[in-house]
Design a protein around this ligand. Structure first.
Ligand code: ADP
Ligand code: NA
Length: 329
């Protein structure tokens, strides 16, 4: 197997966005829309594809069903240059398909399968050993373990428990990897206590402001970040939407880095902006950039991504992002 720099571990789904769909949808027998087709979605899958387009050697570790949607995920990732040997195909699972109803004003509702792979993926379905080596491997015994494990995202697959995530991160740390993670709101009421141990292994954590305020019960992002640093997170990279992001590291002043405002575009699609942000940050980490430089590059990748439809069509190459950065400096 060719060595990879990064493994993206976590969620892969298929999205079917339908637009525009308004409230009269049930008034007619047939409701034509411009497009009905499968798009890849899910944080780990999006991150892996964008990282590959940015020139990283990347592997995806995820689980799909033995069905057409699962094949579509594997095929799309493979065509983008992602190492898909870590994607497990499970007879038991039905690959999650999210049907998105997008109103003319941009408001969205997702119809999801509560028995789909997102909900039913179990800890034993996710196997990083092909990339990390056998259990008990150490930095000395493993040849070329990937540099970075990117988990996308904490709480996304409800059956992947905080304890299991902590063991995964510990195993990756033992072979010298840097741990990056994003989060989503828990679908089953899990909270900070459930992931406190896992957070202790995280070097770079990419939540958005609302998510950490909810998670910690803090009054604002800064207070929430302080709580997360207390749990042992190395650097909280707080995403603040069109304001950009703020870096929080223990013992240092927070550093805010403004987003690249896209006044040059008529339409903005922020689907997957957070995943593109994470991919950008990680791409710069692979190049040994400072956290501040990584954050600038992350904002740039996210800003390029909002110019394309869906999560993975905006960013095509690192050269494209470098050009965008040059045009803004
Ligand atoms: P999430 O999608 O995970 O909730 P955000 O909404 O904070 O995360 O967006 C992630 C990143 O995308 C931001 O940190 C910023 O860099 C970028 N971004 C979001 N919205 C815009 C926008 N309108 N213009 C430019 N960049 C944006
Ligand atoms: Na997120």
């Amino acid at each position: 197997m060719t060595p990879v720099d990064v493994i993206c571990v976590g969620t892969s789904v298929v999205d079917i966005p339908l637009q525009p769909v308004d409230r009269t949808v049930f008034d007619s027998v047939s409701y034509p829309v411009e497009d009905v087709s499968m798009r890849v979605g899910g944080d780990a899958l999006n991150e892996s594809i964008v990282l590959s387009k940015l020139g990283s050697r990347v592997g995806l570790v995820s689980a799909v069903g033995a069905d057409a949607a699962g094949e579509f995920i594997i095929q799309t990732a493979r065509e983008a240059g992602v190492d898909v040997t870590g994607v497990s195909v499970q007879q038991r699972l039905t690959t999650s398909l999210n049907v998105g109803l997008v109103a003319p004003d941009g408001e969205r509702t997702f119809i999801t399968n509560r028995n789909g792979s997102l909900w039913k993926t179990e800890e034993s379905d996710i196997d990083v050993s092909g990339f990390l080596g056998s259990p008990g491997a150490t930095e000395e015994t493993v040849v070329s373990a990937p540099r970075i494990l990117a988990f996308g995202s904490i709480f996304n697959n409800p059956l992947l428990s905080g304890d299991w995530i902590a063991r995964l991160f510990a195993a990756a740390k033992a072979v010298g990897m840097t741990i990056c993670a994003d989060m989503v709101p828990s679908r089953i009421g899990a909270g900070l206590d459930d992931i406190a141990e896992a957070l202790g292994y995280v070097d770079y954590f990419f939540p958005n402001e609302d998510e950490v305020i909810d998670l910690t019960g803090a009054r604002d992002g800064a207070e929430a970040a302080a709580t997360l640093l207390d749990k042992g997170v190395g650097t909280v990279v707080l995403k603040t939407g069109k304001r950009g992001c703020t870096l929080f590291t223990a013992g240092q002043e927070p550093i805010s880095i403004p987003a690249f405002v896209r006044d040059d575009l008529d339409a903005i699609d922020t689907t997957g902006a957070g995943d593109n942000f994470a991919a950008g940050f990680i791409r710069a980490l692979v190049d040994n950039k400072t956290p501040q430089e990584c954050a600038v590059f992350a904002n740039a990748v996210a800003a390029v991504s909002v110019g394309g439809l869906g999560a993975t069509s905006g960013v095509q190459s690192k050269a494209q992002v470098d050009e965008f950065l040059a045009s803004r400096s």
